[in-house]
Write a protein that binds this ligand. Structure first.
Ligand code: UD1
Length: 419
């Protein structure tokens, strides 16, 4: 299994270009199942989760032609697509559940493996199922599979999500595009990736309108041939902003609209970073001393993203005082704490809040990745640790960060992939 060797502390300087967003690409690729006409998706990141989704689409019958750099996919669907998604495909990526909405909407049947839990929590899909049921899907759970059918077209209705969920909002929007009549979704997630999905669908002729957390969809009979470039990855950009702040860096982050990470930028400014933004670029200069923030809390967009929580914890470890981070989205997203402690961090976890001592002098150690964002936090910590750190199980990083070691090498990080 591949691992990273990082020899710290490293200086961060130079330019980095942000790749396409994984979390926007996944629902957009799933939504291509709605189309009879060819679809071209550009700016896909070259990461493992995207390969998994493309393989899932292929297993359902889509023909996919990838460009040389593998960032553009031309997708052609057959008349009779398959509607079965096996456990072996779904278990590697929870996002696979996003094919349920389009399959039931377009083909009125589907058998999909239940995704199961993952390390960051139980991650149920009850909101997806309840919403699709309201639209007319009938389902039963059998032998670890969701067996779903609908009597012809889904029917537009009013759905009020009891809790904000990114995936459930996406699945319902996709499903409602071809439903009969009007669907009104209330208490939706409004992450930029969801707006990217609805821009894509509207480009193809869908009728979707937003007003705050309410999404109104008027069903159409079909979607048109279309070409769309996925937005850039705001979590990757946020990670590089944290890296520069952490390592007294001087970094130009290119290819991202700074508006989508406004909250993160404001937080980093409070910490002491000097940040300038232009139309599609962010300049970050890390401070000599990192100021602590008393209380950071993850929240749905436009709040601090849970996907940046682990990276911010590394930053607070190096701050001049005590801080706390409360994780309010997932119940068990502190696996990185034990690994950061191995590098010297002083962190106490009480329920869903981590109290961080600050002024940590990280010393390199052998570490274990547990999930995607925890892994990148370990990389950040290793960058500011003294000596060698080995980060094991980096396949988690390969799921969501495109060529991370190349990007880091280019900005001054001494990093090597060991096979
Ligand atoms: C998506 C992102 C993930 C991010 C998360 C929160 C993708 C592929 N993944 O995950 O990177 O961390 O949003 O911003 O875009 N929940 C239920 N029942 C459901 C659905 C969700 O209880 O049916 C709970 C979850 O366990 C979690 C919370 O709701 O506690 C939010 O989850 P959700 O927003 O659905 O996250 P994902 O779509 O899985």
């Amino acid at each position: 299994m591949d691992k990273f060797l990082i020899n710290g502390p490293c200086k961060i300087k130079g330019n980095v270009s942000i790749s396409g967003s994984k979390n926007a690409s996944l629902p957009i690729l799933a939504a291509t199942l709605l189309f009879d006409q060819p679809v071209i998706i550009k700016n896909l990141p070259r990461v493992r989760d995207i390969n998994t989704m493309l393989n899932l689409l292929k297993s359902l019958g889509s023909k996919i032609i990838l460009s040389r750099d593998k960032k553009t996919a031309k997708i052609f669907n057959k008349k009779n697509m398959k509607t079965f998604a096996s456990y072996s495909l779904v278990k590697t990526m929870r996002g696979s559940i996003l094919v349920l909405g389009p399959l039931i909407s377009k083909y009125h049947r589907s058998k999909i493996s239940l995704p199961g839990g993952c390390l960051i929590g139980a991650r149920p899909i009850n909101y997806h199922l309840t919403a699709l049921k309201k639209l007319g899907m009938k389902y039963k759970l059998k032998d670890g599979y969701i067996l779903a059918t609908s009597k012809g077209k889904l029917k537009g209705t009013i759905i009020n999500f009891p809790k904000i969920s990114v995936g459930a909002t996406e699945n319902s929007i996709i499903a409602a595009c071809l439903a009969k009549g009007k669907t009104i979704l209330k208490n939706c997630a409004i992450e930029p990736e969801i707006k990217d999905l609805t821009n894509f669908l509207n480009n193809a002729g869908a009728k979707i309108k937003w007003s705050g957390r309410t999404c109104k969809i008027i069903g159409v009979n079909f979607l048109n041939k279309t070409e769309y470039a996925v937005m850039s990855d705001r979590i990757e950009a946020g990670t590089f902003c944290v890296a520069a702040t952490l390592a007294k860096g001087n970094l130009k982050i290119k290819n991202l609209n700074p508006k989508v990470i406004r909250t993160e930028i404001n937080l980093l400014k409070k910490v002491g970073a000097k940040i300038k933004t232009c139309q599609n670029e962010i300049l970050v200069k890390g401070p000599e001393k990192i100021k602590s923030i008393k209380s950071i809390k993850t929240k749905e967009f436009p709040g601090i993203p849970t996907d940046l929580q682990a990276q911010l914890m590394v930053l607070m470890c190096k701050a001049t005082g005590k801080s706390s981070i409360t994780e309010s989205i997932f119940e068990n997203r502190f696996m990185h704490v034990a690994e950061l402690q191995r590098l010297g961090a002083k962190i106490i976890v009480k329920n869903n809040t981590a109290i961080i001592e600050g002024k940590t002098k990280f010393v390199g150690a052998e570490l274990m990745s547990s999930d995607l964002r925890a892994s990148v936090a370990l990389v950040l910590a290793a960058i500011v640790s003294k000596g060698k750190s080995y980060i094991n199980r980096i396949y988690h990083l390969d799921r969501g960060y495109e060529k991370i070691e190349n990007k880091l090498k280019k900005i001054g990080v001494k990093i090597k992939r060991l096979k």
